[in-house]
Design a protein around this ligand. Structure first.
Ligand SMILES: Cc1cc2nc3c(=O)[nH]c(=O)nc-3n(C[C@H](O)[C@H](O)[C@H](O)COP(=O)(O)OP(=O)(O)OC[C@H]3O[C@@H](n4cnc5c(N)ncnc54)[C@H](O)[C@@H]3O)c2cc1C
Length: 418
């Protein structure tokens, strides 16, 4: 569809990871899109910009493939075949995986042709999205540029940009991250709080192969994850109280490796740091609603959650799949992309999943950050008990893989093209 009164069918404020994915989905459904992003590509595409690697659920990965990113991502994605969740300890013989654990294995799923998830380094995802956007003429990328004002009327929304130009469309999507300008400008409030912890993220090279196993230890100060990457490498996400994290981020590399080994254990042999250490202060933030007149929120602007189970981006990708499908269905029966019935369907589809995941991570974090002895014993027995029950384990695997519930077409790997 196209209308001369508008510059695009949909404007997207924010071109991080969610904005470009949504743009590609809308393009597949035949809509024109303009993305306005504040960052400088030379910085965001550099390997030193973002040390994270994302655990991508297999359903989210299906969507990226359905949007044409498979060729760029398949070669660099590390499948996760097993996940070991253990209640760990720092130092001594108990460092590394413990015996009372929860164990997820792809081989147990009836439809085990897909892995439990895939690990993708942020730089690879950013580069693949950037190349796909640049190869799609109906998507206009305006960068580096901020949205600085928003005006709405019954027929559409006008976004004013930092250079004074304005763009108009029937719908504006705020995919502009946790400190979303779009969210604030339309008066959507948030609830949430800071966690007193910072996540230390780094890539570690190790002597022995990881065998595609992801580990999550619950240490007294917070979770510690070892996530397999291509080759003999893993990405760690290590939560520590703010001051301790600051010290770990700034201490000499050799001292950092000593501290790391006390948590990591020696099951993968010698460890070394590959690249810099990154610190991400953690907070919980939920928008009180995902829509307003002619505006929708997607990704971290709507929900910023604890990275404990690697679900934040996955939720944002589910938002993209649901919003693009709601818009495509609405447009196919003659509605414009910003009509309230489309936006309400989107919010109904996504709100419950986003809130329950955020609060689930919150409860999990509270339970596992507790070092009171009876609580520790109970959770260890709890992990072992869930582990003993096959159906419970299979349910968790399906949920974490994003394969549970009412899935939008793209998450089933289907195209939105008419
Ligand atoms: C340590 C850590 C580990 C994580 N691991 C995982 C994981 O394993 N799996 C997972 O699913 N998730 C994970 N997450 C969560 C994931 O990183 C986020 O959910 C994801 O990056 C959010 O993407 P986004 O596109 O919504 O926002 P962002 O990536 O924050 O992008 C927002 C964009 O908006 C732009 N912008 C801001 N304001 C404006 C404006 N006024 N005008 C125009 N542009 C603007 C910014 O420049 C930016 O490019 C992790 C998070 C952390 C902190």
């Amino acid at each position: 569809m196209s209308n001369k009164a508008f510059d695009a069918d949909v404007l997207i404020g924010g071109g991080g990871l969610v904005g470009p994915t949504l743009a590609l989905a809308l393009d597949q459904a035949g809509l024109s899109v303009a993305i306005i992003d504040a960052s400088k590509p030379a910085e965001t595409l550099a390997a030193s910009f973002d040390g994270r690697a994302f655990a991508i659920a297999f359903a989210s990965y299906r969507m990226w493939r359905a949007l044409g990113l498979g060729e760029a991502l398949d070669a660099v994605a590390q499948p996760i075949e097993r996940i070991m969740v253990t209640d760990g300890e720092v130092g001594g013989a108990r460092a590394g995986p413990s015996l009372l654990h929860l164990h997820f294995d792809r081989a147990e799923l009836t439809d085990h042709d897909e892995p439990l998830g895939l690990m993708l380094e942020a730089r690879h995802v950013r580069q693949a999205l950037d190349a796909a956007i640049r190869a799609t003429p109906s998507i206009k990328m305006i960068q580096p540029m901020s949205v600085t004002a928003i005006a709405r009327d019954p027929a559409g929304v006008t976004a004013t940009l930092a250079d004074g130009q304005s763009l108009r469309a029937p719908l504006l999507v705020g995919a502009d991250g946790r400190r979303s300008f779009v969210r604030g400008a339309v008066g959507i409030r948030t609830i949430g709080w800071d966690y007193p912890v910072t996540a230390i993220v780094a890539t570690i090279a190790h002597e022995k192969p990881h065998d595609a196993v992801a580990h999550e230890y619950f240490l007294p100060n917070g979770p510690f994850a070892i996530l397999p990457l291509k080759g003999e490498r893993s990405n760690i996400v290590w939560a520590e109280p703010r001051a301790a994290a600051e010290a770990l981020l700034n201490m000499p590399e050799a001292d950092f490796l000593v501290e790391l080994r006390k948590r990591f254990g020696d099951f993968l042999g010698e460890l070394s740091l590959e690249g810099p250490r990154f610190g991400y202060p953690l907070s919980l933030q939920l928008a009180e609603r995902m829509i307003d007149a002619r505006v929708a929120l997607a990704g971290d602007s709507a929900h910023g959650i604890h990275p404990l189970a690697g679900q934040g981006l996955n939720l944002g990708l589910k938002d993209c799949a649901a919003l693009a499908e709601c818009i495509a269905d609405g447009v196919s029966v003659g509605l414009d992309p910003g009509e309230v019935s489309i936006l309400e369907r989107y919010q109904r589809w996504r709100r419950f999943d986003n809130v329950s995941m955020a609060l689930g991570m919150e409860a999990f974090d509270k339970l596992f950050s507790n070092s009171f002895a009876p609580v520790r014993t109970a959770r260890r027995l709890g992990l072992a008990a869930v582990n003993a029950v096959g159906p419970a384990r299979r349910f968790f695997m399906k949920y974490a893989g994003g394969g549970a519930g009412d899935l939008p077409k793209l998450l089933r790997g289907e195209s939105l093209a008419a």
